[in-house]
Structure formats: structure tokens, C-alpha cells
Design a protein around this ligand. Structure first.
Ligand code: RIB
Length: 301
């Protein structure tokens, strides 16, 4: 099975400090690093590192950041042949403050805004050659909506990671196979309905998967009922890209026909490894590392 990721590519500026500053506050940081990122590209890298056949669809500017991002994707084994390079537009960027094992992120869309319906139509055949279509929210909303409709008409598995949080019409939610928000995103999208998470998970049984950081991942499995997959207990250095690793690994699991629970356990182990290193893509594990961690943890039980 093949995966098409339609999403963002950003050059991340990671600023490390003892903690994240409060509103109006100036604090002293320790280091600044530039690393490849963007939720779309991160998820594609996570999938390819784990052995999934992955094609990236998105746009970068004709600058050094853009070529660096393409190199990083290609180095991980992602097919970058459909990425469009836009003249005179900067590549997407993200400013990430990392402190106390957590982060805040501000993104500047740049070329990610050029991932429009015309681009999707121009790449339609290649997108539809995939079995799984993966989307996030760092490209224009109308592109996300158009691609969901397109994929659904052709019977594709559609995975939507609604990050950053942005709602979607119910008729489109119906067309999606899996929705993977974190706790914050679930609240922004479903408002008061998210107060009773179990009820919401049951309403979207087999579809809604909520990531809860160190508490793990929850979903209402169609046959097994409420399912909680606990997070791995690890020493956290940087959570940037942990959600992307989880999404990517979950999709990689689907390509191998893992059942949802098995794919989530595999994804949780991958995310557990990613948070032990700094940067989004830099920390993403290879298949052997995930399997070794899973075997080690099961031998401990
Ligand atoms: O999920 C982490 C990613 O969010 C970063 O790589 C940054 O680019 C933003 O898109």
C-alpha cells in the first residue's frame, strides 16, 4: 500500500530555553537550531523511515530552506518528484520555543499557501495512485476539503490530522476514515461536546483517535470498545514532531494491514523514541528501533 501526504513543509527555528516565556516576558535562551519540519513533511519522513512507500505533495520557495527540506525528505526515502518549487515566494517557516519538555509554535505559511486546488488537480493522477491520503491543516482549507472529496470519491483511506486546530463541515467528516487531533485540537473543533470525551469517541467510533501526550492515545474501537493505548515511559527532551511521528507511524502500520490497536501501539512506540531527540524529523526512528523498543517493553511485562 502506498501513502500520499498532501501538506506543509517548514524550516523550523528551534529556540531552546529553560522554559517557555509568559506573555510580555523576555527570557534568555541557550541555543538556536534550524531543522527541517512542517507537519506534512514530518509525517512523510516518519512513514518512509518506517518503510512505507510515501509520496510528498506540497510547495516550497526557490530558496535554500526549500532545497534543504526536499533533501531531508529524499534522504528519508520519500518520493519528492511532485513537490512544486514556487519562484519569488519564501519557503514556510516555524518559530518553535522548546522548554520544560514542551513547546510553542508560530508558523509563517509562505509557499504552503500555494498548495491550492489547481495544484491538486495537476497532481490528481499521482495522488490517486496512493491507497492512503494524509492531510493536516497547514495548507489552505479549501484544498483540504477538495482533497477529502476527491479521495473519498475514489474509495481512498483518508487520514486527517487537524493541526493546527480548524473545524470541518460534518458532511466532510463523514468522508474521512481517521481523524487524529490532540486534546487541545479536539476541544477547539468540538467545543463543549469534547467535555464528555468518551461520548464523543463513541459518536465517532472507529474514526476519532485522540492523542493525549503522556497519557497515551484513545479511540472507541468498533469491536473492542473504548481503547486506551498508554504512552511509552521515556525521558522527554523535545516533543516537537511527536504527534507527527505518531500519525506517520500509524499510517505506516495501516499499509502493513495492522489492526487499529496494533498500529497505535506501534505508533506510540515510535513517538516515544522521537521525543528523546531534539527536532521534528531528526528524532524520528527507523523500523528496527521501534521494534526493539516494543520487544524490550513486552519482555519487561
Ligand atoms: O508538528 C511540528 C511541526 O509543526 C513543526 O515541524 C513546525 O514546522 C510546525 O509545522
Amino acid at each position: 500500500m502506498k501513502i500520499a501526504v498532501i501538506g506543509s513543509m517548514n524550516m523550523d527555528m528551534l529556540v531552546h530555553a529553560d522554559r517557555i516565556p509568559r506573555k510580555g516576558e523576555t527570557i534568555k535562551g541557550s541555543t538556536i537550531e534550524y531543522q527541517p519540519g512542517g507537519k506534512g513533511a514530518n509525517q512523510a519522513v516518519a512513514m518512509a523511515r518506517l518503510g512505507a512507500e510515501t509520496v510528498m505533495f506540497g510547495c516550497v520557495g526557490d530558496d535554500a530552506a526549500g532545497s534543504g527540506l526536499i533533501d531531508s525528505l529524499a534522504g528519508a526515502g520519500v518520493d519528492t518528484g511532485s513537490i512544486r518549487i514556487i519562484k519569488g515566494v519564501p519557503t514556510g517557516q516555524a518559530v518553535i520555543t522548546v522548554g520544560e519538555s514542551d513547546n510553542t509554535i508560530v508558523i509563517i505559511a509562505g509557499a504552503n499557501d500555494a498548495v491550492d486546488i489547481e495544484y491538486i488537480e495537476a497532481n490528481k493522477e499521482r495522488i490517486l495512485a496512493a491507497d492512503i491520503i494524509v492531510l493536516q491543516n497547514e495548507i489552505p482549507q479549501e484544498t483540504v476539503e477538495h482533497t477529502i472529496r476527491l479521495g473519498s470519491r475514489h474509495g481512498k483511506i483518508i487520514v486527517w490530522n487537524p493541526a493546527p486546530a480548524r473545524g470541518l463541515k460534518e458532511e466532510l467528516i463523514d468522508l474521512i476514515t481517521y481523524i487524529t487531533p490532540n486534546e487541545h485540537e479536539v476541544r477547539v473543533i468540538w467545543g463543549a461536546e469534547a467535555d464528555d470525551l468518551q461520548k464523543l469517541l463513541k459518536k465517532y467510533a472507529g474514526k476519532l483517535i485522540v492523542t493525549q501526550g503522556e497519557k497515551g492515545v484513545v479511540m472507541y474501537h468498533r469491536e473492542k470498545g473504548l481503547l486506551t493505548v498508554p504512552a511509552m515511559e521515556v525521558r522527554v527532551r523535545d516533543t516537537t514532531g511527536a504527534g507527527d511521528t505518531l500519525n506517520g507511524a500509524f499510517c505506516a502500520g495501516l499499509t502493513e494491514h495492522m489492526d487499529e490497536e496494533e498500529a497505535l501501539r506501534f505508533a506510540n512506540a515510535a513517538a516515544g523514541l522521537s521525543v528523546q531527540k531534539c527536532g521534528a524529523q531528526a528524532g524520528m526512528p527507523k523500523r528496527g528501533e521501534v521494534e526493539a523498543l516494543q520487544n524490550y517493553r513486552s519482555s519487561e511485562r
